[in-house]
Design a protein around this ligand. Structure first.
Ligand code: SF4
Length: 359
């Protein structure tokens, strides 16, 4: 076991509030709403010889058309990364991008505090659709409370001004918050950061997430103690509030299972925007001070098989917090987020539950 002095062990709140290191040497970043002529012109102007294109799983079918349009517009050699990316925190690896002079990332906004290894073109794939009047009418018919915090996925951010006006005409007061330096836009959400919502939580009766799928509404429900409704602007569907209590009870059960763990694996990601090494080392020192063994495990894309057969009782994931929250059941041993680990050590109360906000 490693020995640590108490003076080198940061307090729980210090660990949870610690921002990522500042990004001081980022190369140039460009942002485009979609694969527009402006994107191709900007790429051509830089005279790159090799460009790597990266897409998330949901946009794979767009990848090859866009790759060939970039190639014909610029004359550059364009390669497509096979590995789907998770978010604006995850770029092509050094091995995937050998020789590339720029990267084009589809479907994500820049995360301001994530370092970039090369010039990066973010193509946010903003969606022009959605009928603000029709959507506001659905909200009214659903009898949602009068003060609503809006949280919107990047693809639907352009809908916000008109939707706010349409809701105001129906008596709603809406709030859009500004997040910390991990969020590029007001009202935006990341699966690991809902600070825009948190900044207006005291002013609202409920949150309305505008976008598709359940990933963000679930994260938002973990982060804020207010009802979270979901409005799908493409299918014109309003979903009932997420059952926050059930989500949290499940996590508290996992925390309880990990309380008796004697040995922890502390996972650290090698992805540029998921690397919380200093948090991991701080947690290791806290675990050792509490009389537990703790070992740092470095990973890229984590698969359940990576942790099989290890003589460890539980894991703490300092990489993407959604791995523990959404996929924890796929792992043989309890996997905790950073605040959950502090709960398991008895250093944070289990109530109120604290979401693992990645600052
Ligand atoms: S850390 Fe996770 S939730 Fe946050 S941006 Fe990356 S993939 Fe998304």
């Amino acid at each position: 076991m490693i020995a640590v002095s108490e003076s080198s062990v940061p307090a729980a709140d210090e660990i949870l509030g610690a921002p990522s290191p500042p990004v001081s040497s980022n190369p140039k970043a460009w942002v485009f709403p979609g694969p527009t002529d402006e994107l191709f012109e900007a790429l051509k102007a830089e005279r790159y010889r090799k460009i790597i294109l990266q897409v998330p799983a949901g946009l794979t079918r767009n990848a090859h058309d866009i790759a060939s349009r970039i190639a014909s517009a610029t004359g550059a050699s364009v390669v497509v990364a096979a590995r789907a990316c998770f978010g604006g925190c995850d770029f092509p690896s050094k091995d995937e991008s050998v020789g590339a002079e720029a990267q084009v990332v589809l479907g994500h906004a820049p995360i301001p505090n994530v370092p970039l290894a090369m010039p990066t073109f973010f193509v946010e794939m903003r969606h022009p659709g959605g009928d603000p009047e029709g959507l506001a009418e659905i909200v009214r018919a659903g009898s949602l409370p009068a003060r609503l915090g809006l949280v919107v996925s990047i693809q639907h951010l352009d809908l916000v001004p008109a939707l706010r006006e349409a809701l105001a005409r129906r008596g709603y007061t809406t709030f859009t918050g500004t997040g910390d330096r991990r969020l590029a836009y007001a009202a935006q959400a990341l699966g690991c950061n809902y600070t825009s919502a948190e900044s207006v939580s005291a002013d609202v009766d409920a949150f309305l997430f505008v976008g598709t799928g359940s990933f963000h509404p679930i994260g938002l429900a973990f982060a804020v103690d207010k009802p979270v409704f979901t409005l799908d602007p493409l299918q014109n569907l309003l979903e009932p509030p997420i059952d926050r209590g059930a989500l949290i009870r499940k996590r508290q059960l996992t925390v309880a299972q990990a309380m008796s763990a004697r040995s922890f694996g502390i996972l650290v990601s090698s992805f540029a925007g998921q690397n919380r090494s200093s948090t991991a080392y701080a947690l290791q020192r806290r675990a050792i001070t509490a009389g537990r063994d703790a070992e740092i495990i470095v990973c890229g894309r984590l698969e359940p098989g990576d942790l099989e057969g290890r003589a460890l009782d539980a894991y703490v994931n300092t990489a993407c917090p959604r791995i523990a929250l959404d996929d924890g059941a796929l792992y043989q041993r309890p996997m905790l987020t950073v605040p959950e680990f502090l709960m398991a050590l008895g250093e944070l109360p289990v109530e109120p539950y604290r979401f693992d906000t990645y600052h």
